[in-house]
Design a protein around this ligand. Sequence first.
Ligand SMILES: Cc1cc2nc3c(=O)[nH]c(=O)nc-3n(C[C@H](O)[C@H](O)[C@H](O)COP(=O)(O)OP(=O)(O)OC[C@H]3O[C@@H](n4cnc5c(N)ncnc54)[C@H](O)[C@@H]3O)c2cc1C
Length: 445
Amino acid sequence: MARLRAELGTGHVLTDPDLRAGYETDWTGRFTGRALAVARPGDRDEVAAVLRACAEAGVAVVPQGGNTGLVGGGVPRGGEVVLSTTRLTGLGEVDRVSGQVTAGAGVPLARLGAHARAAGLDFGVDIAARDSATVGGMVATNAGGLRVVRWGPMRDQVVGAEAVLADGRVVGSLVGLEKDSTGYDLTGALVGSEGTLAVVTAVRLRLVPAVAHRATAVLGLASTADAVAAIGVLRGPLLSAVEVFYDDGVRLVRAHRGLTGPFRADCPVYLLVEFAGDHDPTEDLAAAVSGLPAVVDTALATDEAGRRGLWAYREGHTEAISAHGVPVKLDVAVSPARAAEFETAVRAAVSAAAPSARLVLFGHLAEGNFHVNVLDEADGHAVSDAVLTTVARFGGSISAEHGVGVAKAPWLHLTRTPAERDLYAAIKAAWDPAGVLNPGVLIPR
Ligand SMILES: Cc1cc2nc3c(=O)[nH]c(=O)nc-3n(C[C@H](O)[C@H](O)[C@H](O)COP(=O)(O)OP(=O)(O)OC[C@H]3O[C@@H](n4cnc5c(N)ncnc54)[C@H](O)[C@@H]3O)c2cc1C
């Protein structure tokens, strides 16, 4: 503690329980632990100093950005130092020639997006936690979100990264070379590494063209199979979001936000579709939707307020679920072509494992990505086991975009072979031989 205080100044080493509290429990309230201290370095060299001090003292470190992660990877399990990146907020000038920008790891997504738009470009990834989620956390989890169908996940936006190893050495580059085939992709290894390999301090990011016009529709459908079939028709250069949610989720959101729509009568399945382009895509969207065979009802919005109103039914889910209680949350993906079959299978698996629980599904259907939320269920292990085993049976992913964290580490074996897990262990040992960084996350203890 004395060394950390000497390096950062007393005000940036938090040991008082009241000051630590906000860093010790995750967004869901499901994961919590006591930290030895919270260290808040202000630049890369201070990050290196914290890591060296912790490594030499044999104290584990939990990197933390905006603490919006949903798998328990950014909060302490007990006795670690939490390294908060929220003071690493440098944001470089947008380079219009390369179409790139450099952002400190602690820059919140909303600030990055506004910065890019002010320069006539945009950032390709968007998630509902945009006001708090940080660039570093999004790299560490390979965040996906609402526009993956158009621009891909974080992995596709990262051109370079600067990171500090557990022993304090600095690796990586922020030059932003679009072409560099010099062997192993060390930046790529950091994407999705969940704070287990190094602390990311800054990132060089690709930007995308700004889109001037958007139109949004919510379709009421009878089944997930109809929703999946609709994607095949809607896919094209204007498609920028395809989100699925269900009757029970809409009822929770309505109650939580005091809403009444989106339709007069309830529908079993809702599909939110957004078209975006450099001309007004309203007519394209209306024509595409009117050509779909199985639509029961439609709401279409073109102005900002109307679009926000429709998005509220989808984006309100996470908040409304958490307001109801602490859920067991699982974020999984299967091939989109098998999404309807999977939806039936996962509902059956949850009701067998937890007959009195309440299941709320929603997700990014174009990627076959379902967020599985189980409420009113104490035995998280049995439910997780049922859901993740079902995913594995479909050849899917136990972690589509939130990461594995501590929540799903015991199930890594379901979708990674013994040879692949040996490689994971070898990669971890090569970057962090003493096991200082985020022990228990991603790779089970
Ligand atoms: C309402 C809501 C909606 C969400 N929607 C989506 C969504 O649509 N798509 C999606 O992908 N996610 C979503 N999330 C999850 C979450 O926002 C993302 O996982 C996000 O990437 C986490 O960023 P963070 O800065 O909060 O990271 P944290 O929660 O602080 O940390 C997450 C992980 O990254 C590690 N980490 C953080 N910073 C660094 C760093 N600088 N270097 C190394 N490791 C680091 C941590 O150790 C931890 O393992 C949502 C969350 C909420 C609450």
